[in-house]
Write a protein that binds this ligand. Structure first.
Ligand code: FE
Ligand code: FE
Ligand code: ZN
Length: 376
């Protein structure tokens, strides 16, 4: 069975809360931060509802899940206190991950700040060696994440990740988390040649190291080195390419984790589009949302056709405009999905009392394309 899910909250009731949230999206896997990703304060393991959460997972058929290390720790830092904090905290985090029963903890390798990439790679390898050495009693793997290459972050090429792995003596507990937005932003051609990307990955790192896939669209074109996630279908990568990633034979049985944002007006009250994204990528949107859902999506297709708007082109052209025309962006900063949403509202497409989420779910399905709809 396809393992697909999203990042979910681990606050309050820990694993119980996370598992329950994942179930509402129809997930078969999920990812958690064991506390706030921007700090290192953590609750004692006894207060994380581990057994209760596992019960919910069992009932929902959720097996493998993933932990993400906080992104403030920096193993690449030349500053001794920053580096030390990263090493110590990661060891604790790995023990916590082990206690939760999770196999892979995703880590942003680090940033070289005022030094250079070579320094960063050596420093990260040194840190990882120490972290692995100190957590030998666990069988938790550290999944180094492929990065977009913003700022001075390390891990923007497969070569950099391979160089780190090579420098760590006992490296069998080092795996990789491949993030579609990040590799696209780093310059890899996810859209037209994902086979080639995987071949490269296999040559340089080895596919056997690949443990987790982060599934995100991107708000920026290939090679932009930006790292801004978009909902599946409303970014530069597009639904079709992402669906090829999720269905790729070489990635069979890997956990696919969405980290896509909510785009909309009612920010605080709505959820990300995970439920729709998961159902669309798995191909069970009709079962999940009912027959009317697809009728609605067809109506959207008709409507935009009548308006002479080709949804995929509209998305790409809007991003292009926002990128290249500062004046136009200032006059109208709305992202593609929000613009489509506004057209739906202005034209009173749906008479029912659909929430913004319900409309965005239908738009997301529309962005999967007409061919996709025909296949269902
Ligand atoms: Fe990450
Ligand atoms: Fe990611
Ligand atoms: Zn990212």
């Amino acid at each position: 069975m396809l393992k697909i899910g999203s990042h979910v909250s681990f606050s309050e009731k820990g694993l119980l809360r996370a598992a329950n949230e994942a179930v509402t999206y129809g997930s078969s896997t999920f990812m958690i931060y064991t506390g706030a990703p921007q700090n290192t304060r953590r609750k004692p393991i006894e207060s994380l509802y581990i057994n209760e959460g596992k019960q919910v997972m069992l009932e929902a058929g959720i097996g493998e899940i993933v932990v993400h290390a906080p992104y403030i720790v920096n193993l690449g830092s030349y500053k001794d206190d920053t580096y030390r904090l990263a090493v110590d905290f990661l060891q604790e985090e790995i023990r916590r991950t082990n206690q939760i029963g999770v196999r892979n903890i995703v880590l942003h390798p680090g940033a070289f700040t005022e030094k250079d990439a070579e320094y960063g790679i050596a420093r990260i390898a040194e840190g990882l060696t120490e972290v692995l050495e100190g957590t030998k009693e666990t069988d938790v793997n550290i999944a180094l994440e492929t990065m977009a290459g913003k700022g001075t972050e390390i891990g923007r090429t497969f070569e950099e990740l391979a160089a780190i792995i090579d420098k760590v003596p006992g490296n069998d507990r080092l795996t990789i988390c491949m993030d579609t937005c990040h590799i696209h932003d780093a310059g890899y051609d996810v859209v037209n040649d994902f086979d080639g990307v995987l071949r490269k990955f296999d040559d340089i790192i080895g596919l056997e190291r690949l443990a987790v896939v982060h599934v995100n669209d991107s708000k920026n074109p290939q090679g932009a080195a930006k790292d801004r996630h978009a909902p599946v279908g409303s970014g530069w990568i597009g639904f079709e390419a992402i669906s090829r990633v999720v269905g790729h034979e070489s990635l069979k049985d890997k956990p696919f984790v969405l980290e896509t944002p909510w785009i909309g007006k009612t920010e605080a009250t709505e959820r990300p589009m995970y439920e729709a994204e998961i159902a669309l990528l798995r191909g069970d949107a009709e079962e999940r949302f009912g027959g009317e859902f697809l009728t609605d999506v067809e109506r959207l297709h008709h409507f935009f056709e009548k308006e002479d708007i080709q949804p995929r082109l509209f998305v790409l052209n809007t991003w292009e405009l926002l990128k290249s025309d500062a004046k136009a962006k200032k006059a109208d900063p709305r992202e593609p999905l929000e613009r489509l949403y506004d057209m739906v509202i202005e034209n009173r497409m749906f008479t029912g009392d659909y929430s913004e989420e319900a409309i965005n779910q239908r738009l997301t399905a529309m962005l999967a394309g007409k061919d996709y709809l025909a296949k269902l």
